[in-house]
Design a protein around this ligand. Structure first.
Ligand SMILES: [Zn+2]
Length: 212
């Protein structure tokens, strides 16, 4: 007798989608507002020390922590994702910085020729995963939350360096209205449906035959 073949990981998907319902209460999702596809405006440096801007940073930090509490993961969030179309991000970086790194108005000055493939999730594109190819590291200048100019030049020499360089590129893209799924073909988009898929995700080198 015929029975329908139901899709796999149904119980897991239910848990995932319940989390997404909570997350989408405070994180904008693609398609529901044009701001995720627009270039955010640069932060006026005179504003960094104002109470209003500090409030925005605190709010973004709170959203980061809240996301991590719900999802149990999450490394970067950019202001536009919580409805503030201005160029700043919060990166969860407990291994390097005092928990959270703030980057304001980053400008990329160098990027590696080596490229890596990695299946990226995005808080605004749940539950899709996009296998995106990006340089393994970048260098950029930015302002911190005190308004001091800094340089990011940590190379992808170890697992943490690889991961942070990836997260930072993803967040800087958000400031320019680019979302991870824009960088792949639609047929390559994966649905987060397997409890171990993302846990086991690995970076893969893609340009094995670069001429150098
Ligand atoms: Zn994202």
């Amino acid at each position: 007798m015929w029975h329908p073949t139901l899709p796999p990981f149904r119980k897991f998907k239910k848990q995932q989608l319940d989390k997404i319902a909570l997350i989408s209460q405070f994180i904008y999702q693609i398609g529901e507002s044009p701001i995720l596809r627009q270039v955010s405006s640069s932060v006026n440096l005179n504003e960094i020390s104002t109470i209003d801007f500090k409030k925005k940073i605190e709010y973004l930090k709170r959203c980061m922590r809240r996301y991590r509490k719900i999802a149990g993961m999450g490394r970067g969030i950019t202001a536009v994702q919580v409805g503030i179309p201005e160029k700043f991000s919060v990166i969860y970086m407990p291994e390097i910085k005092n928990e959270l790194l703030i980057i304001i108005n980053p400008v990329i000055t160098k990027s590696s020729e080596d490229k890596l493939l990695y299946p990226e999730m995005c808080m605004s594109v749940n539950p899709a995963i996009a296998p995106v190819v990006r340089p393994s590291w970048i260098e950029f200048e930015y302002y911190d939350e005190e308004g001091i100019k800094k340089t990011w030049d940590r190379r992808a020499d170890d697992a943490l360096g690889v991961m942070y360089n990836r997260v930072l590129q993803h967040e800087i893209d958000h400031m320019n209205g680019v979302v991870n799924i824009d960088l792949v073909q639609s047929k390559d988009i994966i649905f987060e449906s397997d409890p171990v898929f993302y846990k086991n995700a690995k970076f893969t080198k893609v340009n094995l035959f670069k001429d150098q």
